[in-house]
Design a binder for this molecule. Sequence first.
Ligand code: FAD
Length: 418
Amino acid sequence: MEYFDIQFMNLTEDDIALKKATHKFAEEVMRPTAKALDTMSAEDVVADGSPLWTFLKKAYELGYHKTLLPEYYGGLGLSPLQVHIVFEELGWGSFGLSVLLGVICFPFYVSCLAGNEELIEKYVKPFCACTDASIRGCWAITEPDHGSDYIASGEDYFTTPKMHGNVQARLEGDEYVINGQKSAWVSGGTIATHALLFLQLDPKHGFGGNGICVLPLDLDGVTKGKPLEKIGQRDLNQGEIYFDNVRIPKSYMLAEPTFYEPLLEMILASANMIMATWSTGIARAAFEEALVYSKERVQGTRPLIEHYAHKQRVFKLFARTEVIRAISRNVLNLNLNVSPPLAEYSLVAKSQCTEMAFQNAHELIQIMGGNGLTREYIAEKLFRDARATLIEDGNNETLERHGGHILAETYPRPPLDF
Ligand SMILES: Cc1cc2nc3c(=O)[nH]c(=O)nc-3n(C[C@H](O)[C@H](O)[C@H](O)COP(=O)(O)OP(=O)(O)OC[C@H]3O[C@@H](n4cnc5c(N)ncnc54)[C@H](O)[C@@H]3O)c2cc1C
């Protein structure tokens, strides 16, 4: 369906061409791949011959794995608005596959954020040059014993020695030796070649003693668990990663404890503004389905859309989509232009946009009645996928508590110096 984006008014010809090209990829490649993967077992999703691999190769050939990366390292060098345009369309195609492309890029993106020149040369540039999907990142933070508390740097328990990480590292000479386990929630973990790994370096300071490193997953001592079965974003593979005396050079540690909390904030700001951006796509997908269905489905001799009360329901989906786009575009534009990014705005965007996108998917099912629950239509998949976003990348309550902590500690902020 040709959807009129009010913000087309602000787009150049290049922006519109980018939007159309990405939409074509989302419609012709992502949607069919996501539909097929959704019905497969988690193990089959990542098996040889799975449509996942064809999808990834096409995505890399077109450069979608490096959407966020700067041009001087080989990235696409897009403007913030163009990044939004691409992510909205990818989110429309499939939220799960969008997250996969996002985490695939994450160790490399964060190496740039941290300004680690050695890793940029060794890993970021080859990743940008990769066209066969053979280099794939993941973000390994959640642990069997730690979910929300891993990012809750404002809570009083965060820096107490009782906060014992499941993955720890000790320094031996100029190498870190890593042991432990990350949970089954590591997106892309089952197929990743590199991890952005969060780990504990100095347990006496609790999670204040943490660090963040880039870890190639082909090193001795790394093993992986089985892919996770779950109800939503089934096209996004997830699984545990285990570390048994894995050794990395000290220089692979992007942040040791002194830089850990600032880098954690930057990562939260980045991940959450992008989650909001993808939410525009899933909210719009729900709106478009509602509109098409409402014009086709006849009840009481007329299409649903011609019933007075029904018009308001469809309008609500349109309204939420426009609000989500406005918030997420503004925040992306802000946070790709300031350094460090303002995490509180990303937390606003993620928590509000995912909630509204979920409302759209929920309402779509109601609009479609029984048909909304069947596998004949995309509605039930949008609903399952959108439900996961309320938990993913930090559940929304935790992010809101963290946002409140930022306000308490840093507001009023001094004026921004652009
Ligand atoms: C689709 C998906 C993709 C994901 N991708 C990744 C990934 O790529 N990498 C990765 O490492 N992890 C990933 N995760 C994990 C995700 O980050 C965690 O699920 C999330 O941080 C919440 O942790 P938890 O599930 O352990 O819930 P818990 O932390 O156990 O929270 C359970 C409930 O308790 C509440 N709660 C927790 N602490 C407090 C408190 N102090 N006060 C009041 N209430 C509290 C929470 O709000 C929540 O409602 C993913 C999750 C999903 C669903």
